[in-house]
Design a protein around this ligand. Structure first.
Ligand code: UT7
Length: 337
């Protein structure tokens, strides 16, 4: 019998404020047609002024807790993946922990951008499989909208990034039959720091000079995401298939045995290219970019919650999670749900 972790609850949340492509047209000097053709995005959600990233995380977490039919007090580990925390210090998970009323429970903030949720699942899986903890909350949550350049200078990035949160409850389990019992089959994590400058937000930060933030940095737009979109695109379509392949090999599974894929949603053309190259039927890749945009670390759990709500994600299914993003980081997981 093998000790492992299984997903027992999924939750998701998006703010109620919907921003359509047409809302961005004037602001960014773009068009609905360009955004739809080049990214697949139709609309996305932006947080209201009074919402912080931890608020979104808590909404998603509460649904996941209810869905897992556990008492919140059973949670003994919290992992929050985000690139847009409430504050630089302390970590976002500290606010999530306090809002859930879990004093004493340890937490981690994960900073691996779009791959952050899979990194978080991998971390929690190690703790649960080794018996250190029994019940983990893993959240991906972002408020990107408050850090976007909402002028024509930002048209290359502000069209894709958006807000939302997704969460899972992972519980320790004894796996009797590895071919049937729900559990995390494997996770694969990679990174290449040489790509750091290709997708980054430089300020505030201690790598720029004498001060973390100056008026000059603000005026120069260093507080906004800088992205070499084409380069990130070409890396994503190479690294995502590679890391999915690695996970399949390790789990001794073939692609046809994976019922549903949860690919990071940065651009619908990235995922179409991956499906085409790998021979994955498009309907097996759950797509949410048209309505949620790119919610970075929240994308994969939010997508899972969307599929769960639609009745598409069912117990017993084998699913994949695959992401590529800033860092560069890329990662995959195979899960029997
Ligand atoms: O989640 C983190 C990982 N991120 C990603 O995976 C993002 C991957 N990259 C992408 O999805 C795409 O690169 C973008 C959607 C961000 C950009 O699309 P692109 O096809 O790579 O456009 P581009 O940046 O190469 O720009 C092509 C043209 C340029 O005009 P010229 O120089 O050819 O005249 C841009 O100025 O399109 C122009 N352009 C726009 N036009 C209207 C760029 N953004 C826009 C826009 N509206 N929003």
């Amino acid at each position: 019998m093998k000790k492992a972790a299984k997903i027992t609850g999924i939750g998701g949340y998006v703010p109620t404020r919907v921003i359509k492509n047409t809302d961005l047209e004037k602001m960014l000097d773009t068009t609905d047609e360009w955004i739809q053709q080049r990214t697949g995005i139709v609309e996305r959600h932006w947080a209201t002024d009074d919402q912080g990233t931890s608020d979104l995380a808590v909404e998603a977490a509460k649904i996941a807790i209810q869905n897992a039919k556990i008492d919140v007090k059973q949670i003994d580990l919290i992992v929050v993946a985000t690139s847009s925390p409430d504050m630089d210090l302390p970590g976002c998970a500290s606010f999530v922990q306090a809002k859930l009323g879990l004093p004493g429970v340890p937490y981690f903030d994960i900073r691996q951008a779009c791959s952050g949720f899979i990194y978080g699942v991998s971390l929690a899986n190690q703790y649960l499989s080794s018996g250190v903890y029994k019940c983990a909350l893993v959240v991906g949550a972002e408020i990107q909208s408050k850090a976007l350049d909402k002028t024509p200078n930002g048209k290359g990035t502000s069209i894709i990034f958006a807000d939302g949160a997704g969460a899972v409850i992972l519980q320790a389990t004894d796996v009797k039959d590895e071919t049937k019992d729900p559990h995390i089959l494997t996770t694969k994590l990679h990174a290449d720091g040489a790509g750091a400058a290709e997708l980054c937000i430089q300020a505030p930060g201690c790598g720029l000079g004498a001060e973390r933030i100056t008026h000059e940095m603000i005026d120069a737009g260093k507080i906004y995401p800088q992205m070499n979109g084409r380069l990130v695109f070409t890396h994503a379509v190479t690294k995502m298939p590679e890391v999915l392949g690695e996970a399949l090999t390790e789990a001794k599974l073939t692609l046809s045995e994976v019922d549903m894929h949860f690919f990071h949603q940065a651009n619908v053309r990235i995922n179409q290219k991956i499906c085409e190259d790998m021979g994955i039927p498009l309907e097996r890749a759950h797509t949410t970019i048209q309505k949620f945009g790119n919610t970075t670390a929240a994308t994969i759990p939010l997508g899972m919650y969307d599929a769960y709500q639609a009745g598409k994600l069912k117990n017993g299914m084998t699913i994949s999670m695959v992401a590529f993003g800033a860092g560069f980081t890329w990662a995959s997981a195979l899960v029997r749900y």
